[in-house]
Structure formats: C-alpha cells, structure tokens
Ligand binder design. Structure first.
Ligand code: IMP
Length: 189
C-alpha cells in the first residue's frame, strides 16, 4: 500500500514527485483525477481549498499541488492562471508578450497541500528562479519547461533527474517530507 497519495491529472507532475518520494524509500500512489480549483491570486489558497476538497472526496489523506510561472516584467503573469494561459495563448503567446523585453527574470512557485479527512490542510511551498528564453527549446518536461531557462538550459533540455534536483516542486515536497520526520530509509518514524 502506498505511503502517500497524490491527486493530479498531470502525469508529468506525478512522475517527478514519485521520484522524489522514491529517493526516500517512500511509495507514492496516484489518484488520477482532476478537481475544481477556486479562483484566487494565491497559490496557497488554491492548494488549501483543493487539499480539503480532495481529502473529503476520497476520504483519505491526500497531497495536491498547485503551481505557476511568475514573470516579473509581466507583473507576475500568468501566475495562478498559468494553466489557462498555456491552453489559450500557449508558449508562443508568452514569447510574443516578451518580445523586446530586457528583464526576462521569472520564477516557478509550487504549493503543496496535505490534508486528512475532517482536518485542516497544511501548506508547503517552494520556488525556483530562472529566465524566459528567446525561443522554445528542448523536448523534455511539460508545460512551460521549454521556455524556462535554468542557467543556460531550459528545463525541457535537462533530464527529469536534473530538473528534479532544483525544481520548485522538489523544494515544496521536500519541505512536506521533512515535516513528516521521514528517516533516511524513508519510513515514517
Ligand atoms: P497546475 O498546478 O497543474 O494548475 O499547473 C499550472 C500550470 O503551470 C500548468 O499549465 C502546468 O503545465 C504549469 N506548470 C506547473 N509546474 C510546471 C513545471 O514544473 N514546468 C513547467 N510548467 C509547469
């Protein structure tokens, strides 16, 4: 039986998080479902609502994660609307908005929500700094990875393992795992 369950309809996300848990000897189960997301400018609030909703719906301890890309020159856009913007204007649309823009700094933020049925959610966050590339580069990853430069490569040009060492998701889930007192072998002590 898995040690924890992660609710997501995004296989790319699940695969990244599964590897983080595996490093600690923990098994991560997948509940491959989508769930309603509240509209909010705060990823924390979105993760809080989703974690509570899923804990009650599936009647078990669950993990959810909400993330977004924040571009400084666009005052944090697309931020909490990252998913919708990717579906509508896509990566090309973002690059167009960034044409001729000097400050290309951006960051990904991830908020993890953990909740047990009948309890209040706990939230853990992580972020990673980077820059928006001039063009789409790389075959790996998902979402905004092909336009997010970490050093001189995009996340989509890095292996899953390389991205996983530095990502916003890694930091948020690591903070969750540290709060759980997992031993080096991974079992909860
Ligand atoms: P959500 O957290 O699933 O709502 O994701 C928000 C949006 O950000 C989606 O379009 C994802 O594809 C994108 N996103 C989240 N994390 C990453 C990442 O690690 N790399 C690239 N895009 C991401």
């Amino acid at each position: 039986m898995p040690d924890f369950y992660f609710v997501t309809s995004n296989r790319g996300k699940y695969e990244e998080v599964r590897l983080i848990f595996e490093e600690r000897g923990l098994e991560l189960g997948l509940i491959e479902e989508s769930y309603p997301e509240i509209q909010s400018e705060s990823l924390r609030d979105i993760a809080r609502f989703s974690a509570k909703y899923c804990a009650e719906k599936f009647n078990r301890d669950v993990l959810v994660e909400d993330s977004g890309l924040f571009i400084r020159a666009l005052r944090g856009f697309p931020g909490p609307y990252s998913s919708y913007i990717l579906k509508t204007i896509s990566l090309e649309g973002i690059l167009k908005l960034m044409e001729g823009v000097k400050d290309r700094s951006a960051y990904f933020q991830a908020c993890v929500g953990f909740c047990s049925p009948g309890k209040e959610p706990e939230i853990f966050s992580g972020y990673v700094e980077g820059r928006i590339s001039e063009e789409i580069r790389g075959e790996g990853g998902f979402g905004y990875d092909p336009i997010f430069l970490y050093g001189d490569r995009t996340f989509a040009e890095m292996s899953k393992e390389e991205k996983n060492k530095v990502s916003h998701r890694r930091k948020a889930f690591e903070s969750f795992l540290n709060s759980r007192n997992t031993s080096s072998k991974g079992r909860i002590i």
